[in-house]
Design a protein around this ligand. Structure first.
Ligand code: DGL
Length: 259
């Protein structure tokens, strides 16, 4: 019998930056990726709306028989994970949050810039994390990148560069050591970000998530014991054209990362 898949969802294309790293790490699992491009950007929506979208996406993946769900969207994770775990108590949820802890664990004296959506930065979950470090460190900058994820989703390259220049201008003189890419869409434009903050190290949460996923699959006895390569099925709330686009972006990202 075919192994039950792992569901991965995001507010669109961004979650493929997590999916690709998970697939590389756990290649013999089956995956279903659901991109909710219809409701992108989540980051500009109210908590109630984000919650509703996350519940629908999870229900969709549970109906497809997923044994675990990776909420590969910092915004949905920060706002909705506790609720999702309450509503679907029999499903294993793995969530993501901007990798501020990774940056702080590396070196507490670094100048850190966290780029994320408005909804992520104002969420209770992220604020708790931030406050736990901010008390002792006044060199963590939070940058609300309103609508940047949507521009990336729509692939409007020239506007992306203009928007990035505006957003990062102030920080170019701040000796930023680490940029936390706190939205799954941002690794898709990491070269553009790096070009503006050349001395900064860019980090995202994909490594933490894939390790956490494997640990939990083992703990709940859900790891696929078979060794053959798994399959990926893609769905998108905007239909077939976006499914095609997801595959293209996934392949381009895999190529970029393996260079
Ligand atoms: N990709 C999502 C995240 O990781 C949100 C982008 C959006 O829909 O605003 O936060």
């Amino acid at each position: 019998m075919k192994e039950k898949p792992i569901g991965v969802f995001d507010s669109g294309m961004g979650g493929i930056t997590i999916l690709s790293k998970i697939m590389e790490y756990l290649p013999n699992e089956n995956y279903i990726y659901f991109g909710d491009s219809l409701h992108n950007p989540y980051g500009e929506k109210s908590e109630e709306e984000i919650m509703d979208y996350a519940i629908s996406a999870s229900q969709f993946l549970i109906d497809k028989g997923c044994k675990a769900i990776v909420v590969a969207c910092n915004t949905a994770s920060s706002v909705a994970t506790d609720q999702l775990r309450k509503i679907f108590p029999h499903t294993l949820f793995i969530a993501t949050i901007p990798a501020l802890k990774v940056a702080m664990d590396e070196d507490r004296n670094q100048n850190v810039l966290v780029m994320a959506t408005k909804a992520t930065l104002s969420s209770k979950k992220f604020q708790e994390l931030y406050q736990s470090y901010q008390k002792e460190h006044d060199h963590i900058y939070l940058l609300n990148c309103s609508n940047l994820a949507h521009l990336i989703e729509e692939e409007v390259q020239t506007v992306i560069d203009q928007k990035l220049e505006q957003l990062l201008l102030y920080y170019q003189s701040k000796n930023i050591d680490v940029v936390v890419l706190g939205c799954t869409h941002y690794p898709l434009i990491k070269q553009n970000i790096q070009a503006l903050l050349q001395n900064a190290k860019l980090i995202d949460g994909s490594d933490g998530i894939r390790r956490q996923l494997k640990k939990k699959l083992i703990e709940y006895n859900l790891l696929n014991p078979k060794t053959d390569t798994g399959e990926l099925t893609v769905y998108n709330s905007l239909g077939e054209k976006n499914v095609q686009k997801t595959w293209e972006i996934l392949h381009a990202y895999q190529k970029q990362e393996n260079r």
